[in-house]
Structure formats: structure tokens, C-alpha cells
Design a protein around this ligand. Structure first.
Ligand code: IVH
Length: 683
């Protein structure tokens, strides 16, 4: 046989894969041991899933490398000892996941095929709690047993422990119209959850007494309920949130909506954040609405549970594998994943900050592909010991810039390269400096550094500043490269004919951009101030400064003490503002703006009618966006707050406000008003 170079390459690839598989298996097994046995966390579940995914892919590629002890070969269901087991009369099923609109609609289409076309389906939605499932059995209204889900057919008898949970009544409540549930067998299923705040408190006290920390609230709840000592369980605050009620005669509970009502009437807790939906749009609206708001819930949730509301139809739809066909879990995308660092480069920001950024092998996190992640600064890279070639855990939530949490040291091969901070700016070769010796951030001090210039112009044109459409990153760079502009003020001199000379513009786009720029010659002072890109002057500080000083010239002449009098302006911000106005380059730009007829409007509202009043807007408004509401409130002297606090005067409620918010508002004595009333105040 003749071996070609190709053969050796393939053999080499396989050897590398075998090496990687071995390390991945060790790491995943270690994760499982810590998670399931020690109730400790070595990484998030999402990161471990990401590693499992990589392992599965490698095993798919080299099936002969699969071994029976690989984590991919595990059958679900953990054996537990120490408790008596009890069989479930009706299996406790799991749910199939859907992750997006397409999968959701495919599920709806699938179930409709099993039902007559005339059936109009209605869906019942609840938050999917991240807890530990259990079934409570009441005989003639008295709690007789509590059983964990186990493998779905048989679970552990945890009655003694569940009896210590305050929200589990030992006897069902008598309620008019619900008497029949107190006769015979009533089974109530739900999730045992530990609230986030209780979990943090518990971990804080464990840290204080030197005990290992718990991984997350779900594991802690599970670990607690499987304690053999009920006294210990009683010390840990757990809650039972019910989601199902079963009777021998299923006809007694006709809808899932009714099931929740019955549960509450009988004295158990069920989530109030439920809703009925008629189609995928309603479901997606509900899901989107909770995606952000869920952070404020007392418990963790990673999605929704959607069930066909009519329980007869739900039963008719049957079971596929281990999950009911008539229900699905709509899961929010995982916010963590693992990937490899391909390189580390230095990004120079608008204010000169030199930030190390990791270039990553593209990976899907929280619904979008991530290719870069900030490493913050040199000391962070050193502290976390992130090297080029490392497999790292990355985190991304919503719009937040992805960041590298940690490298997985056990996956290192020895070929990883340590990072060294360059001495000079990679864009303009100026020596990097630290403004203060103890600062973590290195900066490029050159105001004309190309990277700083284009980021400054892009910032000036950004939505929260001058909002000039068509002046994004690519166009700004093209304009700078062509020499048509050199600084922010130059954009006002651009002519349509100039733009037409560039590849990126045609008649319409050129006209639009020039008009967009010209329409922003006398912007509101706050926006202009924010657009100048003064370090530490964010949107709110810009508004506060504008309201206080009214004119740009007055602000430019303000002393340190004048500045310090503004709410939210501390020593650092005040210094930064003074520094900006003292800089010759900045004075030159201001003079150029003025000579081009570009100058912010003076603030005229002397003690606006909302002055001193603080507002929070929750839910979506019909007549305006949140940003618009904020701007209009501020224009009248009011303050727009992002979260409800003791000092909030008005809570403006839009569509779908949660009961929690309203309760808090009542506690704080905040006036709750609707959009109409807000409009009344604004007009
Ligand atoms: S309804 C077929 N409603 O999710 C079981 N389950 O992945 C459907 N869960 O074992 C039950 N929150 O423990 C339902 N609001 C909720 C839930 C919920 C969490 C759990 C439940 C179930 C698991 C399925």
C-alpha cells in the first residue's frame, strides 16, 4: 500500500480529534459529577451543552471513537438512593423544545393535523420555571404524599421534606364550587423552586463560613429536597409553584386555564403571569415580552410552556416519546457557549481606550452568531489567563457585547499563545499611555488617531446623539478614506456631488445623506453634548447638563464646582468635562461648527412643568416608543428612570404590565397612570 500525504493528514486529524475527545469527555464528566453529586458548579449548563455539542460532532465524524462511557451515550434519569420510590399513576412527561418562530409554527401545524379542521385551538401559556418537578397527592383533601418526577414513571417519596415547604398546604382549602376536589384523590403537580434572592443569600452565608457554593437555584432546590434530613430542608426557603391538577375523572378539569384557577382556589400557588393565545403571533408576543422582563422575576425561567388549553383535545393529541404532543417549551436562546480564540487584537475606542478583543470561531449565542468578544483590558486578560488557541466560555445577553468568561484550562494542548499588550497604538503607532498609574486601561493619546476619528464621527451620527441616518461605520470610513472629511464638523460641508464620486453612493442615497446632515444643524443641546463624545457623559448626564446650563457656552465656561452641583456629576465626570473644553483640538472643532452655522439650541424650558417628577414606563406604549416618552418627559424637566424605586412619582403602564410591578408601585406610593394620562401630562 502506498501512503499519500493526504493519508497522513487524515491520520493526524483523527489523532487530534481523539485527543480533543478525550479531554472533552473528562471535562464534561467532571462537570456532571460536580453538578449532580456535589451540587457545585464548574461552569454553566449552557457552556457544558456547548462542549457536549462539540463532542457529538467529533463523534459523528469519527464514529469508531465512540465509547460506551462517553457522556453522549448516557440515557437520561439519575438513580437516587435513600428514598422509598413511588410510581406515578400518570407518567410525568417532559416537553419538546422549540427555539424560534419556524419551529413553533411547525409544532402548531403538526398538532393541527391530528385534529378536525373545524377545531379552533386555544393555547395556555405559562413561564417555564427552572426548578425541580414534584407531584403532591391529596386524599380527601389531606396531603398524603409528595413524589419527585424521577424517571417520569417512578419517583422518590419526599413527603417529609415537601411538608416543610410553606406554600404547600397540608390540607386543601375549602372553596365554594370546588368541594369535589376535597373528595377522593387530587394530584397537584408543580415545580419546587428556590427564589434567586434566597439562593444568593444562601451562597453568601456559605461563602462566609467557607463552605463550597451551590451551582444555581435549581440544583440547590433539587439537592435540598433530596436531603434525608427534613430539618435541614426546613431551613432552606423553597416554594412550590403548581402547574397541573389531576382527578380520576378528567372531565372535572376541562381547560388548563381552569386548572390554574382551581389550584389557587384550593390554596396552592400558581403563576399569575399566564395568558391565553389564539395563534403563533400571540405566543411570540408573550415570549418576547417576557424575554427581558424575566430577569426581574423572583425565580429563573428559560422559556415558556405552551399547552393546548382544552384538556380533552390535549389528551386526544397523545404522547410522542416522552413528551405530550399538545404541549411545547418555547426556549430562549442560551446565553453561554464555548468556542476557540483565534486571535486577539487591540481595538482603539473613541476616547482612545485600547481594548483587547478576542476573535472567535463563529458560534451561536443568544440567537445570534458571535465572532468577537471584548476582553476589557490587559489586566483582565492576565487575570483570566486567556491565550490565543484557548477554548473559552463566552457570554452574551440580549444586546450586550459578548465577553469571555474564562478559558477551559483542561482543554489546553500546550500550543496556546500568551497575550502581550503592544506598546504602541496599532492604528497610528503612537505610544500607548495610562492616564493614571493605577488605571487598568491603556489609551492612545493621539486625538487624530484614525480609529478614534471614525468612531467619534460615527458616535456623533448615532441614534442617541444626532441620529443621522446613513452615517454608519462603513460610510464614515469611506468618507475619511476619500479625504472628503477629516473631522465631525466637516460632514456639514458635504455636497451631493462629492458623494456621487464614491462607490458607496448613488443619486438617492447621496441626496438622503446630505439632507439628513443638513437637517441636524441646530440640534437639541443634550443630543449635541452627548454627540461630542466627552468621556463619561452618557445620555442622562448630557440631559442633566443641558437642563442645568441651558447653553453650550455656559457649560464650556463652567467651573469644577459648577459642574459638581449637577445631579449625577461626580469628580471624575466634572474633570472629564473640564478636560474636554480645555483641549485645543476640541475648541477648534467647536469653532468650525459655529462657522458652519451648526450650533445646539438653548434649553428654554425654565423649570418645566414636570420638573422634579420621576417617571418609569413599563410595557409598550401605543402612541410612542419608550425613547420618545423619555425625551418628552425630560423636555418638560422630568426625570426618566429605568426601574421603579422608592422615589418614583409615576409608573406609566403600557400593555401587559406584571402584577409584581403594580404591587411594588403600591408599596412605594407611586401613582400608577395609563398612557392617556401620560399624554395629558405631556400636552
Ligand atoms: S406543564 C408535560 N408548566 O418543565 C409536562 N411544566 O420540561 C408539562 N415546568 O417536567 C408540565 N415550568 O417540571 C409545566 N409552567 C410550567 C412549567 C413546567 C416548569 C417543567 C416541568 C416539566 C418540565 C418539562
Amino acid at each position: 500500500m502506498v501512503f499519500t500525504g493526504n493519508f497522513y493528514r487524515m491520520k493526524n486529524d483523527k489523532l487530534k480529534a481523539a485527543e480533543r475527545i478525550k479531554k472533552l469527555r473528562e471535562l464534561i464528566s467532571d462537570y456532571r459529577y460536580h453538578y449532580h453529586v456535589l451540587d457545585e458548579s464548574v461552569m454553566s449548563e449552557a457552556a457544558a451543552d456547548s462542549l457536549k455539542h462539540e463532542l457529538t460532532q467529533l463523534e459523528d465524524q469519527y464514529p469508531d471513537l465512540i465509547t460506551p462511557d462517553s457522556p453522549t451515550q448516557r440515557v437520561a434519569g439519575e438513580p437516587i438512593s435513600g428514598f422509598r420510590t413511588i410510581g406515578h399513576r400518570i407518567p410525568m412527561l417532559s416537553l419538546n423544545d422549540v427555539f424560534n418562530q419556524i419551529e413553533l409554527e411547525a409544532w402548531i401545524k403538526r398538532i393541527k393535523k391530528f385534529l378536525p379542521p373545524s377545531v379552533r385551538l386555544e393555547y395556555f401559556m405559562d413561564l417555564k420555571m427552572d426548578g425541580f418537578a414534584a407531584a403532591l397527592v391529596y386524599e380527601d383533601g389531606i396531603l398524603t404524599s409528595a413524589v419527585t418526577r424521577g424517571d417520569g414513571r417512578v419517583g422518590e417519596d419526599v413527603t417529609a421534606n415537601v411538608r416543610t415547604i410553606e406554600s404547600v398546604p397540608l390540607r386543601l382549602r375549602k372553596a365554594a364550587g370546588y368541594e369535589k376536589f376535597l373528595k377522593g384523590r387530587t394530584e397537584i403537580r408543580g415545580e419546587i423552586v428556590m427564589y434567586k434572592k434566597d439562593f444568593s443569600r444562601l451562597n453568601e452565608s456559605r461563602a462566609a463560613s467557607g463552605q463550597p457554593l451551590f451551582a444555581n437555584p435549581r440544583n440547590t432546590a433539587a439537592g435540598t429536597i433530596r436531603q434525608l434530613n427534613p430539618n435541614l430542608v426546613a431551613e432552606r426557603p423553597l416554594h412550590f409553584h403548581s402547574y397541573d391538577i389531576l382527578r380520576d375523572d378528567p372531565g372535572e378539569v376541562v381547560t388548563n386555564n381552569f386548572a390554574y384557577k382551581a389550584i389557587r382556589e384550593l390554596g396552592l400557588q400558581a403563576n399569575s403571569e399566564t395568558k391565553l393565545a389564539k395563534d403563533s403571533k400571540d405566543i411570540l408576543d408573550f415570549a418576547n415580552q417576557w424575554e427581558e422582563k424575566r430577569a426581574k422575576l423572583p425565580f429563573n425561567t428559560d422559556g415558556l410552556v405552551i399547552k393546548v388549553n382544552d384538556r380533552l383535545l390535549y389528551a386526544r393529541l397523545g404522547v410522542v416519546g416522552k413528551a405530550p404532543r399538545g404541549a411545547a417549551a418555547y426556549k430562549y436562546p442560551a446565553e453561554q457557549a464555548t468556542t476557540k480564540v483565534k486571535d486577539i487584537f487591540i481595538s482603539i475606542g473613541r476616547t482612545g481606550s485600547a481594548t483587547p478583543v478576542a476573535i472567535l470561531e463563529p458560534v451561536l449565542v443568544a440567537g445570534s452568531t458571535v465572532q468577537m468578544a471584548t476582553l476589557h483590558n490587559e489586566s483582565e486578560v492576565k487575570r483570566k489567563d486567556i491565550r490565543v488557541g484557548d477554548t473559552v466560555i463566552i457570554h452574551k445577553a440580549g444586546d450586550i457585547i459578548p465577553e469571555v468568561i474564562e478559558p477551559l484550562l483542561r482543554l489546553r494542548t500546550g500550543t496556546e499563545k500568551e497575550f502581550t499588550m503592544p506598546l504602541d497604538c496599532p492604528e497610528c503607532s503612537t505610544r500607548l499611555v495610562k492616564l493614571k498609574a493605577d488605571e487598568a486601561v491603556w489609551r492612545c493619546p493621539n486625538n487624530s488617531c484614525p480609529s478614534r476619528v471614525w468612531k467619534r464621527i460615527q458616535h456623533y451620527a448615532s441614534k442617541a446623539a444626532l441620529d443621522i441616518e446613513g452615517l454608519g461605520e462603513k460610510n464614515v470610513i469611506a468618507l475619511l478614506n476619500s479625504g472628503l472629511i477629516n473631522d465631525t464638523a466637516d460632514i456639514y460641508e458635504l455636497k451631493k456631488e462629492d458623494l456621487l464620486g464614491l462607490d458607496r453612493f448613488a443619486e438617492i442615497s447621496a441626496t438622503k445623506l446630505v439632507n439628513a446632515i443638513q437637517s441636524q444643524k441646530t440640534p437639541p443641546l443634550a443630543r449635541f453634548l452627548y454627540g461630542l463624545g466627552i468621556r463619561h457623559v452618557g445620555v442622562q448626564t448630557a440631559v442633566d447638563l443641558a437642563n442645568r446650563f441651558k447653553r453650550l457656552d455656559t457649560l464650556g465656561n463652567a467651573t469644577f464646582n459648577d459642574l459638581r452641583e449637577v445631579e449625577g456629576v461626580g469628580d471624575i465626570v466634572a474633570e472629564s468635562i473640564l478636560f474636554w473644553f480645555e483641549d485645543d483640538d476640541n475648541q477648534r472643532i467647536l469653532a468650525k461648527f459655529r462657522s458652519l452655522g451648526v450650533w445646539p439650541q438653548d434649553v428654554k424650558t425654565v423649570g418645566g412643568k414636570l420638573s422634579g417628577k420621576r417617571f418609569v414606563v413599563t410595557g409598550s406604549l401605543e402612541s410612542m416608543s419608550r425613547e420618545e416618552a423619555a425625551e418628552r418627559i425630560r423636555a418638560l424637566g422630568g426625570t426618566f428612570q429605568s426601574s421603579l424605586g422608592k422615589d418614583t412619582d409615576y409608573l406609566v403602564v403600557g400593555a401587559n404590565v406584571g402584577a409584581n410591578k403594580l404591587a411594588r408601585a403600591e408599596k412605594f406610593g407611586t401613582h400608577v397612570i395609563h398612557e392617556k394620562q401620560l399624554l395629558g401630562l405631556l400636552n
